[in-house]
Design a protein around this ligand. Structure first.
Ligand code: ADP
Length: 453
């Protein structure tokens, strides 16, 4: 017992002793009835004091939100003890609330969806990301079964089976086909944490990767089948071939091997472009456009082999900053396409000029077969072709414009495509003004020569 409480009890005992002593004195020297009256009054006073304190305690117990009543004597000790208990309890509550608030804040900031489910899979709490994923309105839907909100049979089966070792991949039909990776973590007493992560982009990349592998395999399979067929026929010796036929077969095998080589080279170019970190070289690398245009003209003429006329329009010479190798590969692809998709007797016109806005524009215009507008947006996708057999027959890999797009985006440039079926196409690479620089005098002379020839 603490010394304070001993003191309190002592006061009550002293009061009783004083009353008893006074009563004895009254009895001894005055009227004994006075003594009895004094004892009664004393006891009634003590009882009244205790009863009023007890009723104060009862009132407080009925509504503990009110402040603890004041007491005197022994009750002062009781009420101050109660007050200390209430304060300690309040502090604990405050600490707990702060803890819950911190947890909720962390849950709210999480980029993943978090839902707390009870034993019956009813929603206890969820963060804003989960609200977005499952279209939940916390105020309205708290206490609802999660099954009513995630209406997917595979999710119901996942919950029912209770094996949460592997996450569940769920494709939601809402919006733009959200794909979620869902994971359930049981905890506490039959409670569950439902975590969901948006993997739409990752899934898209995975689909693209699968398609790409399938496309490459398909592209390589055809020439390989042809070559291996010929080799088999030749090696089993059943079919004898004269010199002319052997030369023809060898020629066909060479074509197929060239096709595979072109494909592998384009794949290597694409892969090198994709693995190059950051943008293409900056202003420190100046590409001499006159020399580059002259090379493009020579190669274009060699490829056209007189079937098409190749012309250059370059009113003034200026250079561009960036990677010469990459720009040459991109512009070369545009020239080769213009020649391959043009009829005999057509004209392919290369131009390099400065737009009024200051941007540089390298364009290749042809009067060839043209492209239907529905295909234009997809032309830069890997292996996208308008006419498969025409592309293959002319030595296409289906990767040329994908390379062009990559190179241009590394130079912060864009590709503009204008085309009319049956009339021709114009592919223009538009390079930002900050990449355009004055050409060296020797380049100017080269450009004039290239334009004249
Ligand atoms: P490919 O190796 O098949 O030419 P590209 O990526 O270079 O692949 O081009 C994609 C497709 O775009 C081609 O298959 C072709 O259908 C179309 N195309 C590209 N350039 C032209 C053009 N100048 N005229 C008509 N069609 C073109």
């Amino acid at each position: 017992m603490n010394p304070n409480s001993t003191y309190v009890w002592l006061r009550t005992i002293v009061a009783l002793v004083v009353i008893a002593a006074l009563a004895l004195l009254l009895q001894a020297f005055f009227d004994p009835e006075w003594a009895l009256g004094l004892v009664c009054v004393g006891i009634i006073a003590i009882l009244t004091h205790h009863l009023s304190s007890i009723s104060g305690l009862l009132r407080w117990l009925r509504d503990p939100s009110k402040s603890v009543p004041d007491g005197r004597g022994v009750w002062e000790e009781v009420f101050s003890g109660l007050y200390r208990l209430v304060r300690a309890n309040q502090r604990q509550q405050e600490a707990l609330s702060a803890e819950v608030a911190r947890f909720r804040m962390a849950g709210t900031a999480m980029p993943d969806g978090v839902v707390i489910l009870d034993a019956e899979n009813h929603i206890d709490w969820c963060n804003p990301m989960a609200e977005r994923f499952f279209d939940i309105d916390t105020a309205k839907d708290a206490g609802q079964s999660i099954m009513n909100l995630v209406r997917a049979p595979e999710f119901a089966l996942y919950l029912e089976r209770g094996n949460f070792a592997e996450p569940l991949l769920l494709r939601l039909m809402r919006g733009e086909g959200l794909v979620l990776s869902m994971r359930i973590i049981p905890y506490g007493k039959d409670q569950k944490l439902l975590l969901s992560r948006d993997v739409t982009q990752t899934e898209k990349v995975e689909v693209m990767r699968r398609d790409f592998v399938a496309n490459v395999s398909h592209e390589l399979k055809t020439p390989l089948t042809v070559v291996s067929g010929f080799l088999e026929t030749m090696s089993d010796g059943v079919v004898t071939m004269d010199k002319a036929r052997t030369a023809r077969v060898m020629g066909m095998m060479q074509d197929q091997t060239d096709r595979m080589l072109r494909l592998v080279n384009d794949l290597l170019t694409l892969s090198a472009l994709e693995s190059s970190p950051g943008p293409a070289p900056g202003n420190e690398h100046q590409v001499a456009m006159a020399a580059l245009l002259s090379r493009l003209m020579d190669e274009g003429r060699a490829l056209a082999a007189g079937r098409q006329q190749i012309e250059l329009d370059c009113p003034e010479t200026f250079d561009v900053t960036g990677s010469e190798k990459e720009l040459y590969s991109a512009f070369g692809n545009l020239v080769s396409n213009a020649i391959r998709y043009s009829q005999e007797g057509g004209t392919v016109r290369l131009s390099w000029r400065r737009r009024p806005s200051g941007e540089g524009e390298f364009a290749v215009a042809d009067d060839g077969i043209g492209i239907d507008s529905q295909h234009i947006a997809r032309l830069t996708e890997r292996f996208y072709r308008v006419d498969h057999s025409r592309s293959r027959d002319s030595g296409g890999t289906g990767l040329g414009l994908a390379i062009v797009k990559h190179v241009l985006s590394r130079h912060q440039a864009t590709l503009d495509i204008q085309s009319t079926p049956g009339q021709g196409s114009r592919f223009a690479a538009i390079l930002p003004a900050r990449r355009i620089v004055v050409a060296a005098p020797s380049d100017q002379a080269l450009a004039e020569k290239a334009t004249r020839s």
